[in-house]
Design a binder for this molecule. Structure first.
Ligand SMILES: NC(=O)c1ccc[n+]([C@@H]2O[C@H](COP(=O)([O-])OP(=O)(O)OC[C@H]3O[C@@H](n4cnc5c(N)ncnc54)[C@H](O)[C@@H]3O)[C@@H](O)[C@H]2O)c1
Length: 266
């Protein structure tokens, strides 16, 4: 199990879904955690839960698309918990499924949250870490950043996050800062895009399972464990990596293989 007793982490979107699983995981492993969320109530709820379990935590309400608010939140996190050693860029959003249905407004909104947001957080945190000569960043990208599975604006932004990961790893390695990306496939959360699909078909996660060689979609904790590892000293020589945590989705076209290659042998 990674040891996070020296970790002071800031997790964006830490009030719900994958972010909530990440703050719980890091706290269990010893970290002090700043839970940042646009929704102040869920940030407060997650921080209160951690504190009730004996962990150090603070809730921060901020919109990552606003660089001034992000700078203030980072300063507040350090005032409450001490110098940040780990940034997890987790907050993200999509609800626009295809290019035809994509408006300029949704393009701007999705790229603002998914790409500009992590950039604002990096701008606020990296100079602080660099001045101390140490730090780690884990960016939550997506399998959508390397293959197309719908949601074009979101996917373009996630591809940007993967490249931003490379930029940070290249430029900040000399300051003792590592930066890696995690690429989840489908994760069972109640985010907006899953809500829309679940409204149409309550069995969507069960139906998706056959596309995954491991036979299921991810739980938020599957992603949290990978984040914890990449953010810990156990990953001391890993930087610039994009780690799929996708049950094998990117490994191949297993449905095509089953339906056309294996079937043709019968
Ligand atoms: N759920 C999946 O299937 C899946 C798959 C691949 C990648 N991801 C990525 O994982 C991350 C988390 O996804 P999730 O499913 O847990 O989402 P979620 O909607 O359940 O939780 C996201 C949290 O981020 C917060 N947030 C949204 N916009 C924000 C903003 N502008 N500023 C601050 N906080 C903001 C929300 O309030 C919410 O609490 C996202 O980056 C998402 O793209 C999710």
């Amino acid at each position: 199990m990674p040891d996070h007793r020296q970790t002071v982490a800031l997790v964006t979107g830490g009030g719900r879904g994958i972010g909530h699983a990440i703050v719980r995981q890091l706290a269990r492993e010893g970290a002090a955690v700043a839970v940042l969320d646009l929704d102040g109530a869920v940030a407060e709820g997650a921080a209160a839960e951690l504190k009730a379990a004996g962990h150090r935590a603070v809730a921060l309400t901020a919109d990552i698309t606003d660089p001034t608010a992000v700078e203030a939140a980072v300063a507040a996190a350090e005032a409450a918990l001490g110098p940040l050693t780990l940034l997890v860029n987790n907050a993200g959003f999509t609800d626009a499924g295809d290019l035809v249905g994509l408006s300029l407004d949704s393009w701007r909104r999705e790229t603002a949250i998914n790409l500009d947001g992590p950039y604002h957080c990096l701008r606020a945190v990296l100079p602080r870490m660099a001045a101390r000569g140490a730090g780690a960043v884990v960016n939550i990208a997506s399998v959508n950043g390397v293959r197309f599975f719908g949601n074009p604006a979101y996917s373009a932004a996630k591809a940007g996050v993967i490249n931003l990961t490379l930029a940070v790893a290249s430029e900040y390695g000399r300051h003792g800062i590592r930066c890696n990306a995690v690429l989840p496939g489908s994760v069972r959360t109640a985010n907006r895009s899953w809500e829309i699909r679940l409204e149409k078909d309550p069995r969507v996660f069960d139906k998706l399972a056959r596309w995954y060689p491991l036979g299921r979609v991810a739980e938020p904790e599957d992603i949290a464990r990978a984040v914890s590892f990449l953010g810990s000293a156990d990953a001391a020589y890993i930087t610039g990596a994009s780690l799929p945590v996708d049950g094998g989705l990117l490994a191949g076209m297993n449905v095509m293989i089953e339906e056309f290659i294996l079937e043709s042998k019968d």
